[in-house]
Design a protein around this ligand. Structure first.
Ligand code: UDP
Length: 326
């Protein structure tokens, strides 16, 4: 198939970047994926690596200049699992900042549109529940999660100013906890940990008393939101966010179904009744948010989108994937 449009995906070999790259190829795009392979893998892109419309560049957005022509930039570059981002905190903050500057530079040179991936972490340990986009957050500047949270916050500021100062056609999504096939088995996040532990008959490690909540979005639902949002014309975006009284085009994308971490552990064991694993409690890491649930009113109104894969179904698909990784 001859591609009519080119998309640049930073973090293209990561969990979400590889799902997005696949979707863009299916939609008829030429895809240029850039990834440092710090947390991304060649395995994630193996199924389409030989597609003539796919190009992979192993490079770090922190020190890479791209000179090709593109129509759309999706900025996903940044380690996103607490385990990985806390292992290299300075690098994490730098990747957030330099990745967004890289994307803005490409967009200003080529006229490409940008979809920047932000995160529910910009709300910190929220004092407003559920979280909606007007909420400014409750974030520690010097804690162990700050490298990610603050890097992502300044990235939002850079996008907002690129729009105001340079008229860049950009939009942002605040991604709430997302899971699915292609998560790394040793990713360290809660779903991959619990499923791998249950499959291997190891203890299921609930941090704290397991009463903290998260809302879990299946990856395909998120990728659908990305594609719909990128397709919204600049004039419509301006009008919509002016009416919403938000300073920049940012929407939450997540599944509002809210579960305690203990409920999640129990659901994993319900789906794997043959597992000999027991639930054990481990110390709660610092600054771990107590509650998280997206208000997705804006995404529904702008994109006519809402997630349609419930946790039970998404978990079943994810378990099947992790069985092959045991
Ligand atoms: N968590 C847990 N056991 C694990 C990994 C994580 O209880 O083995 C908890 C973690 O403390 C947090 C929640 O699960 O409250 C989600 O953690 P994750 O790292 O997936 O993402 P976060 O939303 O914290 O960035």
């Amino acid at each position: 198939m001859v591609a009519t449009k080119t998309a640049l995906v930073t973090g293209g070999a990561g969990f979400l970047g590889s799902h997005l790259s696949k979707r863009l190829l299916d939609d008829g795009y030429k895809v240029v994926a850039i990834d440092s392979l710090y947390t991304g893998t060649r395995e994630n892109i193996a199924e389409f690596a030989s597609n003539a419309n796919f190009e992979f560049i192993e490079a770090d957005v922190c020190d890479f200049a791209y000179d090709g022509e593109v129509d759309e930039v999706y900025n996903l570059a940044c380690p996103a699992s607490p385990l990985h981002y806390q292992a290299r905190p300075y690098y994490t903050t730098m990747t957030s900042i330099k990745g967004v500057l890289f994307s803005i530079d490409v967009a200003r040179r080529t006229g490409a549109k940008i979809l920047h991936c932000s995160t529910s972490e910009i709300y910190g340990d929220p004092l407003v529940h559920p979280q909606e986009e007007h909420y400014w957050g409750n974030v520690n500047t010097i804690g162990i999660r700050s490298c990610y949270d603050e890097g992502k916050r300044v990235a939002e500021t850079l996008i907002a100013d690129a729009i105001r100062e340079h008229d860049v056609d950009a939009r942002m999504v605040r991604i709430f906890n997302t899971y699915g096939p292609k998560m790394h088995p040793q990713d360290g996040r809660v779903i991959s940990n619990f499923v791998m532990q249950a499959l291997n008959d190891e203890d299921i490690t609930v941090f704290g008393d397991g009463s903290q909540t998260r809302s879990f979005q299946y990856c395909d639902d998120l990728i659908e939101a990305f594609r719909r949002y990128m397709a919204v014309p600049k004039a419509r975006i301006r009008e919509f966010f002016a009416a919403a009284k938000l300073g920049a085009p940012v929407i939450n994308t997540g599944n509002p179904g809210e579960y305690t971490i203990l409920q999640l552990a129990e659901e994993v064991l319900r789906q794997l009744p043959e597992s000999k694993s027991k639930i054990v409690m481990r110390p709660l890491p610092g600054d771990d948010p107590k509650k998280r649930k997206p208000d997705i009113t804006l995404a529904k109104a702008l994109l006519d989108w809402e997630p349609n894969i419930p946790l039970r179904d998404g978990l079943a698909k994810t378990i099947e994937y992790f069985r092959t990784k045991k």
